[in-house]
Ligand binder design. Structure first.
Ligand SMILES: NC(=O)C[C@H](N)C(=O)O
Length: 473
């Protein structure tokens, strides 16, 4: 029997012993598989579990499952158990901090957690221990969540493949020979394998949505700066976004409301149906037609829009120019002083980035303003755009070319093609599971304008309900 991580309830720690197989590969089912944040919050309030118990389940799952997946760089068992004990005391004393209170969460290793090593996936930061929490970690702690550890990132988050990290590649729970995506690949694998119910990631060109899509979970990149990035190591400061990975879009929304500087914005007021338009990905990237078909069928779109080839090309070039110049600025001293400490592929990208002339950056900033108007106009008649998050299934770990529909496709541009435009424009974008192709998950991405997040989540909830109904048939 072959079944995905989200199909069955937890084996590890829950004692059911469920392990699914594809070929000879065991598919892990951790204790949080199929348990939503709302389920866990109810279990805690009904005294069916405690935060200490949930944290012990997470730690147990990491011990059993992580050797095959490499989702975690650092596990803070002592700190987590202590925080869980405090959470239990507060809850039993009636001090309820809301749905995240007492829940174990994981944090990408680009985000600072006080007293816990932060490597950014790089040998440059071996032994570095920050002394303060990032703002998003403070917000999680204020919501009562318990940080159990730090997750694997592509070195300095500079790569969507998640397989170039000082501590080795993170692997996909659906098939550990495949990538879990990047750069928040550890967060994707940790949630998809049910080791934790929720994880933080960062997304500069797709790094939350890519792992979420290829690991079959939900991933939300909010509007630019909606979650403050203080205490997050930069990749490209005007493209970097902090985001959330979880089992369902609803869980992402719950976390987002606690993380957003503005409290997550207003709820939805109108009762009009959400107008969802399919954004034909063809002009942007020629991907796997089976992925496009599967995602489209799940989208609930009632109209179709296209970007011109020129606009698609301008979005791509703008993204690359802005990211290259900004990341070259972040790493200029390291590149000069200790280039040998970088992974070879990351070094090659950084060197190429540093070659780009300054006028390209200025032009790209101008283009970004123009593009916001052009693409923003699509939202005059539609509330939400739907498109695949990633136009191919998870490539094998280490692959840089992959056969797609009888052609050879370059993996990195393929992974980034449909997610990076929304970093350039700063629009909120959410991916949800949309089914499988070749037994591997594919993600459906919804995009909206800043302020329309309630519509985005409503469109996603509908697609999710339809998918769950289909799965149950
Ligand atoms: N961090 C990411 O979103 C990936 C990065 N933008 C890249 O180009 O590799």
């Amino acid at each position: 029997m072959w079944c995905g991580p989200a199909v069955q309830r937890g084996a590890v720690g829950a004692g059911t012993g469920v392990m699914c197989r594809k070929g000879s590969m065991p598919i892990p089912q951790g204790p949080f598989t199929g348990r939503t944040v709302t389920d866990l919050a109810r279990e805690l309030r009904d005294r069916k579990t405690t935060s200490v118990d949930l944290v012990e389940q997470a730690l147990g799952a990491v011990a059993v499952l992580d050797p095959a997946l490499n989702a975690f760089v650092t596990v803070d068992a002592g700190g987590a158990l202590e925080a869980a004990r405090r959470a239990d005391e507060e809850l039993s004393g009636g001090a309820d901090r809301g749905p995240l209170h007492g829940l174990p969460v994981a944090v990408k290793d680009m985000i600072m957690v006080a007293g816990v090593p932060a490597t950014m996936g790089s040998r440059h930061f071996a032994g570095y221990v920050p002394d303060a929490d990032a703002a998003c970690v403070t917000a999680l702690r204020e919501a009562g969540a318990v940080v159990v550890g730090k997750t694997t990132t592509h070195e300095f988050a500079y790569g969507p493949t998640g397989d170039r990290s000082a501590t080795g590649p993170s692997r996909n729970p659906w098939d550990p020979e495949r990538m879990s995506g990047g750069s928040s690949g550890g967060s994707g694998a940790a949630v998809a394998a049910g080791m934790v119910p929720l994880a933080l990631g960062t997304d500069t060109g797709g790094s939350v949505r890519i792992p979420a899509a290829v690991c079959g979970i939900a991933g939300f990149k909010p509007a630019y700066d909606a979650i403050p990035a203080d205490g997050v190591f930069p990749l490209s400061t005007t493209l970097d976004h902090v985001g959330v990975l979880a089992g369902t879009p609803d869980d992402c929304l719950i976390a987002y409301r606690h993380l957003a500087g503005d409290g997550g914005g207003p709820g939805r007021e109108g009762t009009e149906p959400v107008r969802v338009a399919w954004l034909d990905p063809g002009a942007v990237f020629d991907g796997d037609p089976r992925v496009t078909r599967t995602v489209r069928a799940a989208s609930g779109a009632s109209a179709e829009v296209r970007l011109s080839e020129e606009v698609a090309a301008e979005l791509r070039e703008t993204y690359l120019a802005i990211q290259s110049c900004e990341t070259a600025a972040v790493h200029a001293e390291r590149l000069e002083r200790a280039p040998e400490l970088f992974d070879a592929e990351v070094l090659e990208r950084l060197r190429a980035a540093a070659e780009l002339p300054g006028w390209r950056y200025v032009r790209a900033l101008e283009a970004r303003r123009r593009l916001a108007g052009t693409v923003g106009a699509l939202f005059e008649r539609h509330d939400v755009l739907a498109l695949p998050a990633v136009p191919i299934v998870a490539p094998p770990v280490g692959a840089r070319e992959m056969e797609v529909d009888g052609r050879s496709v370059a993996v990195r541009p393929a992974l980034l093609a449909l997610t990076s435009p929304w970093n350039v424009l700063g629009f909120p974008a959410l991916t949800v599971p949309a089914g499988t192709v070749d037994g591997l998950p594919v993600g459906l991405q919804f995009v909206c304008r800043r302020g329309d997040e309630p519509l985005l989540f409503e469109a996603a909830a509908r697609a999710d309900a339809a998918r769950t109904a289909r799965t149950a048939d």
